[in-house]
Write a protein that binds this ligand. Structure first.
Ligand code: S3P
Length: 445
């Protein structure tokens, strides 16, 4: 991948390492839940009030898309919305989901059941991500969907009658599972979806809370069509995938002692905590209650001597978004880290294995890629360098954390993309003692 494939960054993080992280903080609302809260309450009858919503690049794209479908949205503040759900109207132009994979895949499931034509599109980056994984099962349901070049956005969806299906998913993907479950709301009979592993279950929890007739038995979900979703009030807990950045930073920077509050601890999302604990991380996880049907709690992380582990199998899907930051933790661990069964990382916003290996190499890291993972020997001390985020939020923030534990200052080109999931990332990091600032990239021409 060359830098030409991505928009050239206009801003960058400047990182000066050394300071321990300390104090108590939280992170913005959960991205997966914020997408779903907007889309599902748009489908419901009546007004849903959503608090602590995530106003990030990805989720704002979903919000604009439901507005383009005629849904009225009252914006009380950046974080608080009332969605007046009900009937959709045909959008005047293609729905633009920008960089949001969750946005386009879930909304395509919903559009498949509508009595009008629609087109779903996004950035150049989103147009490179595979859509056949949703097109195939939705076509089995009778949907009329056409992608470009055999399965890429823009996706053109035409009205058609949907039927219930029994579908065994070839990969553990919550986006695929959700697209099918959402289309199934509009089908003429029951749909059964079986997943190979425990992909995040927010769709099941939220749809059930809104009155959908849905049962879950292990990895199989059965959903009945036809029930009108009920509006709900919803407070979004903080995103564990965003918490992962300050959390890993605290574990690998000497002298750190950090507490993160109100974090979503849904067990389908906590694979990173399990793996870090196996590595000997000094983590204290305390569940404090339920928020919107999701367990939430506090995580205390103190600097730790980490030992390497092998990662594969069921836990992979429960930490799928955390592998870039896990790679940074693994570099600090004693021994051989070996990751397998993680080939899905190659079809995220970027090929997250290749990109992290290449960028960390600029900081002196030696990491070997395999087809479905990587291995490395640690601990490895990195040195500050100029690295590049590739328009991928989780890459950019993982590189900042790597730089905080390195020797010498670093520049991480592409600060903007962090805002796709974690607006205010540098402010939160500075608030706990890290020296991270955002600056404009000087014009080299
Ligand atoms: C998500 C599902 C995951 C994850 C993504 C968010 C969701 O993708 O990587 O960041 O909200 O459903 P896959 O379903 O493709 O694994």
């Amino acid at each position: 991948m060359t830098q030409k494939d991505h928009p050239q960054p206009k801003d960058r993080f400047r990182v000066r390492p050394g300071a321990p992280l300390a104090g108590t903080t939280t992170v913005p609302g959960d991205k997966s839940l914020s997408h779903r809260a907007v889309m599902f309450s748009a489908l419901a009858q009546g007004a849903s009030r959503i608090k602590a919503w995530l106003p990030a690049g990805d989720t704002e794209a979903s919000l604009r898309a439901v507005q383009a479908l005629g849904v009225q949205v009252e914006r009380h503040s950046a974080h608080e919305l009332t969605i007046h759900g009900g009937a959709f109207t045909q959008p005047a132009s293609p729905l633009d989901l920008v960089n949001a994979g969750t946005g386009i895949r879930l909304l395509t499931g919903i559009m498949a059941g509508q009595p009008f034509e629609s087109v779903l599109d996004g950035s150049e980056q989103l147009r490179r991500r595979p859509m056949n994984r949703i097109i195939q099962p939705l076509r089995l349901m009778g949907a009329s969907i056409d992608g470009v070049n055999g399965g890429y956005a823009p996706l053109s969806v035409k009205p058609s009658a949907l039927r219930g299906i029994g579908y065994t998913m070839p990969m553990a993907s919550a986006q695929v599972k959700s697209a099918i479950l959402l289309a199934a709301l509009f089908a003429d009979g029951e749909t059964t979806v079986t997943q190979p592993g425990p992909a995040r279950d927010h769709t099941e929890r939220m749809l059930a809370a809104m009155g959908a007739r849905l049962t879950v038995d292990g990895n199989t979900i059965v959903i009945q069509p036809g029930s009108q979703l009920e509006a709900i009030d919803f407070t979004v807990p903080a995103d564990i995938s965003s918490a992962a950045f300050p959390l890993v930073a605290a574990l690998i920077i000497p002298g750190s002692d950090l507490t993160l509050t109100n974090i979503n601890l849904n067990p389908t999302r906590t694979g990173l905590l399990d793996v870090l604990q196996e590595m000997g991380a000094d983590l204290t996880v305390t569940e404090t209650g339920l928020e919107a049907g999701e367990p939430v709690g506090t995580i205390r992380a103190r600097h730790s001597t980490l030992k390497a582990v092998r990662v594969g199998g069921e836990v992979v899907v429960r930490m799928i978004d955390e592998f870039p930051i896990f790679m940074v933790a693994a570099l600090a661990a004693e021994g051989e880290t070996f990751v397998k069964d993680a080939g899905e990382l190659r079809v995220k916003e970027t090929d997250r294995i290749a990109v992290m290996v290449a960028e960390l190499a600029k900081m002196g890291a030696a990491i070997t890629e395999t087809e479905d993972g990587f291995y490395l020997f640690g601990p490895q001390m990195l040195r500050g360098a100029q690295v590049y985020g590739h328009d991928d939020h989780r890459i950019s923030m993982s590189l900042v954390v790597a730089a905080l534990a390195a020797e010498g200052d670093a520049l991480v080109n592409d600060a903007r993309c962090a805002g796709d999931s974690f607006p205010g990332f540098a402010d939160v990091m500075r608030g706990i003692g890290a020296d991270v600032t955002v600056e404009v990239v000087p014009d080299e021409g």
